[in-house]
Structures are given as C-alpha cells and as structure tokens.
Design a protein around this ligand. Structure first.
Ligand code: HEM
Length: 214
C-alpha cells in the first residue's frame, strides 16, 4: 500500500469549517428552541441575543462552506468531484454500493477497495449537503423577516410562499436531529474503516493522505 494524496487543502479546510459551523449552529439552535436559562422573572436576553448572533455567524460560515465545496466539486481532483457523490449512476458504483451494504451488515469481511468516499458514504454526504443547503435557505429566510423590504427577503422570502413561518421553523428544527444522527454514524464509519481497513481514514482529513492503490 502506498500513501496517496486524496483530500486537497480546500476540501480539508471546508470540512473543518463546516464541522465547527454545524456544532455552533446545533448548540445555539438548541438554545434558541429551548432557552432553559430564561424564566418569567429573568428573561436572560443577553444569552439569547448571543446565541442568535453566534447562530448567524455560523450560518454565514456554513453558507460559504456549502457554496465553496460546490465550486471545488467542479474544479477539484477526482475524489472531490461532483460525480463522486453520484455512485448510483455507474455500474461500478452500484456494485460498490452492494459491497458496502454487505460489509455493514456483516455479510462480507472487506469494503470494496476505494480511496475516495465509499459508495454509501458518498450518498450520505450528498443528502447532508442537500440538508445543509435546506438549513441555509430556511435559516436566511427566517432571518430576512426582520426587514421584509430588504435584499435578504427578496432573495429568500419565496420560502414563505411554500410554507408559513411556523412550518419553516419546525422543519429547520427537526432537520437538526438528522445532523445528530449523521454525526454518530460518521464517527463509527470513519473509525471502523481506519481500524479494520488500515487505510488511514481517521488522519486523512488532517493530512490529506490515505493508504492503498491509486
Ligand atoms: C446545521 C445547520 C443548522 C441547524 C442545525 C440549525 C438549528 C436551528 C434550531 C434548532 C433553531 C431553533 C428553531 C426553533 O425555535 O424551534 C434555529 C433557528 C434559527 N436559525 Fe438555524 N440552524 C442551522 C442553520 C442555520 C443557518 C445557515 C441560518 C442562516 C442564517 C440559520 C438561521 C436561523 C434563524 C434566523 C433562526 C430563528 C432564530 C430566532 O427566531 O430567534 N440557521 N436553527
């Protein structure tokens, strides 16, 4: 096995800024939903204001991350490319999908060899990017309501033609739990690949290198 440069610098930077932004969004979003420090006697406006401010900063960061990663999918290497997120479109991708499903259900001992995303992981990331975009659009739509004549509302106000503020907020809230579920699975899948396949998955998002055949 040899070391192969798989994740380029922009992919790694965007991965970690997305991670930090999502952690910040989940922590502050959970507080916005359930402001446990506020009581009828002490509204604790400072904590809520801070939570909303940090949520907005992390929201901008995530928006830039999603746009930046989409741009890199068009110009980056084969492992970062847009087509790597659509394994079900090729014969090899579909056969890899079956191989990965067998591996995760203990029906086969090895993952199909693949230096980039495994086929099932690629689909999970595709869904997560769609959900990130969903959170960005619904989040900026809710935010834009502070000024219905402003530019942000012109860009995102159409969301309220589809659903009322309450439903948009509810969808934005419930989507957070998909991020929790993804996180648990992502750590498990990363770890098992690193230990069982010895392909350097765990360190690869820091160094950029994985081990195997190109
Ligand atoms: C992973 C991404 C995100 C998660 C997990 C998340 C989570 C949450 C949660 C749980 C709430 C509270 C909803 C409720 O009260 O039931 C919320 C509210 C909100 N989020 Fe997000 N959010 C994300 C992305 C964004 C983005 C990108 C923006 C864009 C600026 C944004 C803007 C807002 C706004 C404006 C509110 C309403 C705040 C308020 O009414 O005080 N969110 N978010």
């Amino acid at each position: 096995m040899k070391a192969v440069k798989v994740w380029e610098f922009p992919v790694r930077v965007i991965h970690w800024t997305n991670f930090l932004a999502i952690v910040g969004l989940c922590v502050t979003g959970a507080y916005i939903h359930w402001p446990y420090l506020a009581t009828s006697l002490a509204l604790d406006a400072w904590t809520m204001n801070t939570a909303r401010f940090v949520h907005l900063i992390c929201g901008w960061t995530l928006m830039l991350g999603v746009v930046g990663r989409f741009a890199w999918a068009l110009i980056g290497n084969e492992y970062a490319s847009l087509k790597s997120f659509f394994p079900f479109l090729t014969v090899k991708g579909r056969s890899d999908l079956v191989g990965v499903a067998k591996y995760y259900s203990f029906m086969s001992k090895r993952l199909p060899p693949n230096l980039g995303h495994n086929a099932l992981a690629a689909i999970a990331y595709l869904v997560m990017f769609i959900l990130m975009a969903f959170q960005v659009v619904t989040g900026f739509a809710m935010w834009a309501q502070y000024d219905p004549s402003g530019t942000a509302f012109k860009l995102f106000g159409w969301v309220f033609d589809i659903a009322s503020n309450s439903y948009v907020r509810l969808a934005h809230y419930f989507t957070m739990f998909v991020f929790f579920a993804f996180f648990i699975n992502h750590i498990y899948a990363m770890w098992i690949a690193d230990i069982a396949e010895k392909d350097g998955t765990a360190g690869s998002m820091f160094s950029g290198y994985k081990y195997g055949e190109e």
